[in-house]
Design a protein around this ligand. Structure first.
Ligand code: FAD
Length: 453
């Protein structure tokens, strides 16, 4: 008898309930990761995510191999691949940590019932969210649509469980089944190799994720409340891609932060930080209850928004940081080079695309999906809709970011702009659109939405 542990968005051995329980079960373990680009409705990974995944899988494979477990890599429609693997390994149990998007949830539910009918022990665990989306409900039993009461309700629930220790010892099974070679998946770019900036800035994997948390709590948390909005100061945790792939769990963030700063002079900063982790929870809560978040307006009155015909030259200027607007260009180049962008600048660039350039938020969401190392099925469309005004608890439409005022406020010495778009120090380029005129046009277009309510 054997236990299959199916890894998905939880590429870690520490605080991994599925792995932990499989080790407790005591039977030999077969670990598997499936690259699914085949199930209908699956959203293919963006290029930066593929880069991350390659390195993260290779880190996971070595961590597992130290426990004597081989990570089997397979490609195909996940349902079929898992059925096949069960047959090949003669497994009598399969464990995984839950997923919350579609079609993932459907794949898992179907497999669970089928495999149980076939006599297997199938168990799923909560691992990647602090609060399971269906456990947070308003008094009338509906899901939340506003962050503050949502987070308040979460805080009234029992505290998230303590992280589980990484296993030190496990029984691997000699799997005796084939595994793909990771290199054959071609997750890394070759010609051209655009990943130099990613390699300079990131180290995927569980151990680097823990080191990052440690460094953040020791060095940067004290300044977090005051300076988290400043792109010229790098005080945020940079944990988002590690969280995206589950190299570290939110439980780990929660308890380590609380253990050090529940009281004392940095307690307020710690609370602010955990509330930001709360926004991630909220985005997943929304996605769970509204699975079409990446394609449909959460507020349906925005379906009436009169998007003009796409101007591809403008979209391209935005993508490549050639809009003539300093903070926007700096942000878009940071993104292209490093696979990330500071949160404040994400808001400014997204506002500029949707309001000044009048380009549908879905175009921007797709570009971020492809270029961000932390591209996340919930946080990305959630945040785009937040900026566009169509989302849950969104910024009011009329609050259109002025990129020049934002730069003056959050990058007062121009350090950030200078780093990514140095030409602005000299003869500054001319913006491709007039900020004031496009702002007025956006507000006029919004009248249609107001009337559609
Ligand atoms: P920290 O400030 O250290 O925050 C800690 C953690 O909290 C983050 O790692 C993240 O998991 C979570 N978090 C923080 N802010 C937010 C937020 N506003 N919404 C949701 N979660 C948050 N975040 C993603 O993880 N993936 C995305 O694809 C993504 N796309 C975005 C697109 C737009 C247009 C905007 C405006 C924001 C987007 N964000 C996204 C949210 C936010 O910008 C990033 O989570 C943050 O910049 C990551 O940096 P950090 O880890 O240093 O954050």
């Amino acid at each position: 008898s054997r236990t299959i542990v199916w890894f998905r968005d939880d590429l870690r051995i520490g605080d991994n309930p599925a792995l932990h329980e499989a080790v407790q079960r005591g039977e030999p373990i077969v670990a598997v990761f499936v690259l699914d680009e085949h199930t209908p409705g699956i959203r293919p990974l963006g290029a930066a995510s593929r880069w991350w995944l390659h390195h993260s899988l290779s880190a996971l494979a070595s961590a597992l191999s130290e426990l004597g477990i081989t990570l089997i890599l397979r490609r195909g429609a996940a349902g079929e691949v898992i059925r096949q693997l069960v047959a090949e390994t003669d497994a009598d149990a399969i464990y995984w940590n839950r997923r919350y998007a579609l079609p993932d949830r459907d794949i898992d539910a179907q497999l669970k019932s089928e495999l149980r009918d076939a006599g297997l022990e199938v168990r799923s665990f909560g691992a990647n969210l602090l609060f399971e989306p269906w456990t947070v409900r308003t008094g009338s039993g509906t899901p939340y649509g506003v962050f503050t009461p949502f987070w308040k309700a979460c805080m009234a629930l029992p505290e998230p469980r303590e992280p589980l220790p990484a296993p030190t010892d496990a029984r691997g099974a000699r799997p005796g089944v084939d595994s793909d070679d990771l290199r054959d998946w071609r997750l890394l770019p070759t010609q051209p190799d655009w990943a130099a900036g990613l390699r300079e800035n990131w180290e995927p994997g569980e151990a680097p994720a823990h080191a990052r948390l440690e460094a953040f709590l020791a060095d940067d948390l004290p300044d977090y409340a005051a300076e988290r909005d400043r792109p010229d100061r790098a005080v945020t945790s940079r944990l988002s891609p590690h969280l995206r792939w589950g190299e570290i769990s939110p439980h780990e963030l929660w308890h380590q932060t609380r253990a050090r700063h529940a009281e004392g002079q940095h307690a307020a900063a710690a609370q602010k930080f955990l509330a930001e982790v709360g926004w991630r929870e909220f985005a997943w809560h929304i996605l769970f209850h509204f699975p079409e978040l990446a394609t449909k307006n959460w507020r349906s009155e925005f379906d009436a928004f009169p998007w003009p015909r796409l101007n591809p030259a403008r979209l391209e200027a935005w993508q490549h940081g050639r809009t003539g607007v300093a903070l926007v260009d700096a942000g878009m180049r940071e993104l292209w080079h490093t696979g990330t962008m500071h949160n404040r600048v994400r808001m400014v660039t997204a506002s500029f695309l949707t309001k000044n350039l009048m380009i549908d938020w879905r175009k921007g969401e797709q570009w971020f999906w492809d270029t961000l190392v932390d591209a996340d099925a919930a946080s990305n469309p959630f945040s785009w809709q937040w900026v566009a005004g169509s989302g849950a608890d969104a910024a009011p439409y009329f609050r259109i970011f002025n990129p020049e005022l934002q730069a003056a406020k959050f990058d007062p010495d121009g350090t950030y702009v200078h780093r990514w778009a140095p030409e602005y120090a000299g003869d500054a380029p001319v913006p491709i659109v007039d900020l004031k005129a496009t702002r007025d046009a956006a507000l006029a277009a919004y009248e249609t939405v107001k009337n559609a309510r």
